[in-house]
Design a protein around this ligand. Structure first.
Ligand code: SF4
Ligand code: MG
Length: 322
């Protein structure tokens, strides 16, 4: 059944705090799925643990709420057992950049065809606002006793270094732009990553919506807000690799890394890096294991008309016997 926006909303009570940027990400995900006219049965969202992880409960497609830091291995398993599915993984910056960092790196280098979105608010929101790996050194949010004592990870640089072939940053209160990025990420052939800047009004009073929108700088700008967030495309930036045209991946990545460290007065959003010249994991598997890819586990019959299991696991059990 093709998805319509109204059908994607669930009756589950939403307990995100008022004004949370998670609402914008939820809307952007649902709008992107509806725009793409996907079938409900072909769309899967996998989440980790955290405020962000509740997105699967609020979106009416198959959803899996997994463990802390583990959305990517689950999502990889879903995709490789049923490669025709559209798989989106979501998680927080604490979830993906700390306990899940090893999975983040290795999902990138596999280049499995799926999208991962991080809700990036600089704090562990669900557990009362401790500093997360994306909070900058020296920043003191309202739930910290002292300024942050550790340096931050730049998720975009880590993504490019790890091998993701689509790397973008969105802003949760620019829903139309984020929707466009999510659609591009799903349509991209390979591992796509979006760092979605997400104000947490309850625990992060520094990187707030007002701060991203530059409302604190109105005095310098004749009373008008001077937004920090700007769109890379508006400045003619193009992060697409095209080796034949002389834009090889190394030079594009270097440009993208330089852009990705811009922070403070100006914060770029958009597609930093996109490379469809690298084969996906599924394409490499098709060469090496064609029988598997033509009849993956997710397509196999597991029961007869009477729901009696038809899978014969005897050979597998024999292999395990000692
Ligand atoms: Fe959103 Fe922060 Fe509240 Fe979590 S704690 S729901 S991230 S505002
Ligand atoms: Mg967080």
């Amino acid at each position: 059944m093709a998805l319509k926006l109204a059908d994607l909303k669930t009756e589950v009570h939403n307990d995100w705090c008022p004004g949370c940027g998670d609402f914008g990400i939820l809307s952007a995900v649902q709008m992107a799925l509806a725009d793409m006219n996907l079938n409900r049965e072909d769309s899967v969202i996998v989440s980790g643990i955290g405020c962000s992880a509740k997105l699967v409960h609020y979106t009416n497609v198959t959803g899996i709420h997994t463990l802390h830091g583990r959305p990517l291995p689950f999502a990889t398993g879903v995709k490789l057992s049923n490669p025709h599915l559209n798989v989106v993984a979501v998680g927080g910056d604490g979830d993906g950049m700390s306990i899940g960092a090893g999975h983040f790196v290795n999902a990138g280098r596999r280049n499995v065809d799926m999208l991962y979105i991080i809700h990036d608010n600089g704090v562990y929101g669900l557990t009362k606002g401790q500093a997360s790996p994306t909070l900058k050194l020296g920043v003191k949010t309202k739930s910290l006793v002292f300024p942050n004592i550790t340096s931050n990870i730049n998720p975009l640089i880590l993504a490019m270094a790890s091998g993701y072939t689509f790397v973008a940053r969105g802003y949760s209160f620019n829903v139309q732009h984020l929707k466009k990025l999510i659609r591009m990420g799903i349509e991209h052939r390979g591992a796509a990553f979006i760092d979605a800047l997400q104000p947490c009004p309850t625990y992060n009073d520094i990187n707030s919506k007002e701060w991203y929108n530059g409302e604190d700088r109105a005095e310098e700008n004749q009373g008008k807000a001077l937004p920090r967030v700007y769109n890379l495309e508006s400045e003619g930036y193009d992060g697409t690799v095209n080796t034949e045209a002389g834009r090889d991946s190394e030079s594009v990545i270097l440009d993208a890394m330089r852009k990705s460290v811009e922070w403070g007065d100006r914060i770029p959003i958009g597609v930093f890096y996109r490379n469809e010249e690298i084969p996906t994991y599924e394409e490499r598997m098709l060469e090496r294991m064609p029988e598997y890819m033509q009849n993956p586990p997710g397509k196999q019959k597991i029961s007869d008309a009477k729901k009696k299991p038809v899978a014969d696991i005897t050979p597998f059990m024999d292999e395990l016997s000692v």
